[in-house]
Design a protein around this ligand. Structure first.
Ligand SMILES: NC(=O)c1ccc[n+]([C@@H]2O[C@H](COP(=O)([O-])OP(=O)(O)OC[C@H]3O[C@@H](n4cnc5c(N)ncnc54)[C@H](O)[C@@H]3O)[C@@H](O)[C@H]2O)c1
Length: 254
């Protein structure tokens, strides 16, 4: 299951958190992995620890030039790109009425424009390789109206939409495009928000606990692998049931 032997996978924002676990899982599954991030020290250390089939390159996902350089690097090192995990992102919380236009544009630039340039770059590279799989990391905030996420939520709904239309456009080109929607996952991003790891850490979810980065990584590796060969344009919630609706734990009338 989930064999990636012989495939080359690019993971953006891979220096830590969900991206780092995805890179680790992809190497375990047999892939060559190019980890990219703006955090150079963490990214280099991670790639060194993952061994011979991992590389790191500094990469700002908002830069078209950086994307071109990463694609050239992956082709020079490993012969092309078969999988892309568009994972890099920033999270912020603001009520809409106090959000600034400047900040809104910055979040959209990283979380949505970065994904757009990545898809464009990867599709062109994948066409040369006979197909591929793109996994876009959206969010539970891209499946519902989550309060205090005006810029973040807009970016993640945008990622979900871009995923669908790209899946339609690329279907016959054998390039599959899917989105993953993590719920509350314990990473440096959420630790900064005061989220606690494990059971009881997030009672809003039916499962009651905060998820682990590796639980998202496993979903990403499934979508990268040929085991998901007929899955495209799908949105996979990995959220402990958070987006099923309000967590109602009583029966009406009782
Ligand atoms: N942790 C959660 O609960 C959660 C929930 C839903 C969605 N997500 C999404 O999962 C993805 C990974 O999140 P995480 O929790 O691991 O966060 P994280 O902050 O731990 O990791 C994100 C990585 O993206 C990198 N990054 C930021 N801006 C970048 C840029 N311009 N270019 C390249 N890299 C950049 C950061 O340096 C960092 O290494 C994000 O897209 C996030 O929105 C996370």
């Amino acid at each position: 299951m989930n064999d990636l032997t012989g495939k080359t996978v690019l993971v953006t924002g891979g220096a830590r958190g969900i991206g780092a676990e995805t890179a680790r899982r992809a190497v375990e599954a047999g892939a060559n992995v190019v980890v990219t991030d703006v955090l150079e020290d963490e990214g280099k250390a991670l790639a060194a620890g993952l061994g011979e089939r991992a590389r790191f390159m500094r990469h700002d996902v908002t830069s078209e030039e950086d994307w071109a350089a990463v694609a050239a690097f992956a082709t020079a090192e490993f012969g092309g790109i078969d999988g892309l995990v568009n994972n890099a992102g920033i999270s912020t919380g603001q009520p809409l009425e106090t959000e600034t236009v400047e900040h809104f544009r910055r979040v959209l630039d990283i979380n949505l424009t970065g994904v757009f340039i990545g898809m464009k770059t990867a599709i062109n590279a994948m066409k040369d390789n006979g197909g591929g799989s793109i996994v876009n990391i959206s969010s539970a905030a891209g499946l519902m109206g989550l309060a205090l996420t005006s810029s973040y939520g807009a970016s993640k709904w945008g990622v979900r939409g871009l995923t669908k239309l790209a899946a339609v456009e690329q279907g016959t080109a054998k390039i599959r495009v899917n989105s993953v929607h993590p719920g509350m996952i314990y990473t440096p991003m959420t630790a900064q928000l005061g989220i606690q790891q494990g059971d009881g850490g997030y009672p809003n979810t039916p499962m009651g606990r905060v998820g682990e980065a590796d639980e998202i990584a496993k979903a990403a590796v499934f979508l990268l692998s040929d085991d998901s060969s007929y899955v495209t344009g799908a949105e996979l919630a990995v959220d402990g049931g958070w987006t099923t609706g309000p967590t109602v734990k009583y029966v009406m009338g009782q």
